[in-house]
Design a protein around this ligand. Structure first.
Ligand code: BGC
Length: 431
């Protein structure tokens, strides 16, 4: 009885992955990618990065690396051994500026500079993995388009990140060369740097952590919005797939979007990434209470939940949650089961969407038709690896979408520890 009710609820609120047509959404992704490359209106920014893949990385030369992610800011120096292994030194972790309190532009850059200053003297090159949408100049500075992941420093939007950081570093920034790259580009490069012995035809970087995004390698001749590029070359593209908005969304998704800092933006990210899956599941629970899906005592208990993280959702699914009210006696076994079924539906949908997203990059790359030269898909992000059952679900979906008579693509999924730092080091030393 309860299961039937849950099924009807999921159907009514369009939360079931079974109603999604993967091939249709994949095609919509492709269309948005094409439009983005042509400079037409598209939810996918398709940002050219001026970063080429496969440049020789000099050994023994230190580079300062900065990794500004969703929650943490990490700073280190990296040196590559002659074997190609990266040595990470002086690693320090801080909170990302603007995550807690709103910062002015000056306060943002001076806070950032105060973290970088102690290691600034160790190298002339800085590789800066900046995990937000930024338009990249031919010199590889990055102009922040807009913040995502609920960062509060609005005056920084529209500013060049590299130039302003060097200015805030004062004399310590003099003569330094800074390369700004997205974390997906860093992840793609880290995949390449770890694959010296394998003949991959192309590379993809996919992130699913607080936020989500994808990078792949595109022929310059297909980047028609930048006619001046060498038509014989290719470069990594930052898709900004988290903003994809052609994916069917249901009433709870739309309602949830209104509760975020940037309604209307990052529609796809709000359905699949770690920063949002918890709050989205909370919205689903609140809707379930409205529809009296639980017993009387459980209804009241569920209503007391003010915050829900993706980690707690994962613990509920794994059956090891410690947190109230999930352990409360007010919840009968069937209430607990209903909560599990609801969370599981949201997570299953997210895994299918993540697989569609990766598949879109695979198909758009044009590579992967020769089984001897697969595509290397390097994946980073805590949500992908830690959310209960997620990785397995993505792999199953990828197989269904990409290994059939229609696509028949060869790919290998890889993981490289500290990919953002290593990719930033590669970019800083080679570009
Ligand atoms: C940002 C991307 C980033 C992704 C993963 C998104 O919110 O817009 O630039 O790559 O998160 O960190």
């Amino acid at each position: 009885m309860n299961q039937e009710k849950t099924r009807a609820f999921l159907k009514k609120y369009e939360l079931e992955s079974a109603t999604l047509d993967p091939e249709r959404t994949l095609t919509d992704f492709q269309i948005e990618m094409e439009k983005g490359l042509a400079g037409k209106t598209s939810s996918l920014a398709m940002i050219p990065t001026y970063i080429t893949v496969g440049e020789a990385v000099p050994a023994g030369k230190p580079v300062v690396v900065i990794d500004a992610g969703g929650t943490n800011l990490r700073i280190a120096t990296v040196v590559f051994e002659s074997s190609g292994e990266a040595r990470i030194e002086q690693l320090d972790t801080f909170m990302m500026p603007g995550i807690d309190e709103e910062l002015s532009k000056d306060a943002f850059f001076s806070q950032l500079a105060s973290y970088v200053a102690p290691v600034a003297g160790t190298a002339d090159q800085i590789g800066f993995c900046f995990s937000y949408p930024a338009a990249i100049s031919p010199e590889r500075d990055g102009k922040l388009i807009r913040w995502t992941k609920e960062i509060k420093a609005p005056e920084v939007e529209g500013a060049f990140i590299g130039k302003n950081l060097l200015a805030a570093l004062g004399s310590k920034g003099a003569g330094k060369k800074i390369t700004i790259l997205n974390d997906t580009i860093a992840t793609l490069l880290a995949g390449k740097s770890a694959s010296e012995d394998t003949d991959y035809e192309s590379y993809i970087g996919f992130i699913l952590g607080t936020g989500t995004n994808t990078a792949y390698v595109e022929k310059n001749s297909n980047i028609t919005k930048y006619p001046g590029l060498d038509p014989a070359g290719a470069q990594a593209i930052n898709v900004e797939s988290g903003n994809f908005n052609k994916c069917p969304r249901g009433p709870v998704d739309l309602q949830f979007d209104e509760t975020t800092q940037d309604p209307g933006k990052q529609a796809f990210e709000k359905m699949i990434s770690g920063g949002y899956l918890g709050p989205l599941c909370l919205q689903v629970l609140q809707k379930a209470v409205e529809e009296t899906m639980f017993g009387e005592a459980a209804q009241k208990a569920v209503q007391t939940i003010r915050e829900l993280s993706s980690e707690t959702v994962s613990d509920v699914l794994a059956g090891k949650v410690q947190q109230e009210p999930f352990t409360s006696d007010a919840l009968r076994a069937e209430d607990v089961q209903t909560i599990k079924d609801l969370f599981s539906a949201v997570v299953r949908r997210a895994a299918l969407l993540a697989a569609i997203n990766i598949s879109a990059a695979v198909v758009k790359s044009g590579a992967g038709d020769d089984p001897n030269r697969p595509i290397c898909i390097n994946i980073d992000g805590s949500t992908y690896y830690k959310l209960h059952g997620f990785e397995t679900l993505v792999k199953e979906n990828l197989k269904k979408i990409l290994q059939n008579s229609r696509h028949n693509k060869s790919y290998v999924l890889t993981f490289k520890e500290n990919a953002p730092l290593i990719g930033a080091a590669v970019a800083g030393l080679t570009h």
